[in-house]
Unconditional design. Structure first.
Length: 177
């Protein structure tokens, strides 16, 4: 399956009245899953093995480290009047659900909606440099740890024939009206 696009990065916070919505325009979404691996040897052969989910990493490249990301994913304080963002050493990076649509094409185009129900993000890395002789775009990269949710699930996904269907699926997961 040839992947040809990435769209619609959404989130849902935790709590009774969680914040939710579109995070930013996605540039890149990399999933890396780590497994518990163990083998039990008996009678000079492997008789049992385990390859269960341990955790994962979601690396997101986004177009902007906006106010929503700063507040909802990193737990920073935003001054409503001035727009000033304050990052404190005691900020609590909350658990959030995150979803996106990966577009692929072999003979027909498909829209694969992926929802990760429990992710905790760290402060994004960013590069700042002078313009020089030509313009080079630099965008933030965020890394989050993927964990099991309260039901033991770490990912939900489904493929659709249209972008609208994939968005509807993610809107349901994120409780976006």
């Amino acid at each position: 399956m040839a992947k040809i696009g990435l769209q619609y990065l959404v989130y849902k916070g935790a709590g009774e009245t969680p914040a939710k919505g579109v995070l930013a325009e996605p540039i890149q979404a990399d999933l890396s899953i780590q497994l518990n691996e163990a083998k039990l040897y008996a009678g000079d052969k492997v008789v049992e093995s385990d390859k269960s989910f341990r955790d994962g990493t979601l690396t997101l490249g986004v177009d902007d480290s906006n106010v929503v990301i700063q507040k909802e994913l990193l737990g920073h304080t935003i001054d409503v009047e001035t727009g000033e963002i304050t990052a404190n050493g005691n900020d609590n990076n909350p658990y959030v659900g995150v979803g996106f649509i990966s577009i692929s094409k072999v003979t027909t185009q498909k829209f694969r909606a992926i929802w990760l129900p429990k992710v905790q993000f760290a402060e994004p890395s960013e590069t700042n440099q002078t313009k020089g002789e030509s313009t080079t775009f630099s965008t933030p990269t965020m890394t989050g740890t993927i964990m099991l949710d309260d039901t033991g699930n770490w990912k939900y996904e489904n493929s659709f024939a249209t972008l609208a269907e994939a968005k509807t699926y993610l809107n349901g997961k994120a409780s976006i009206a």
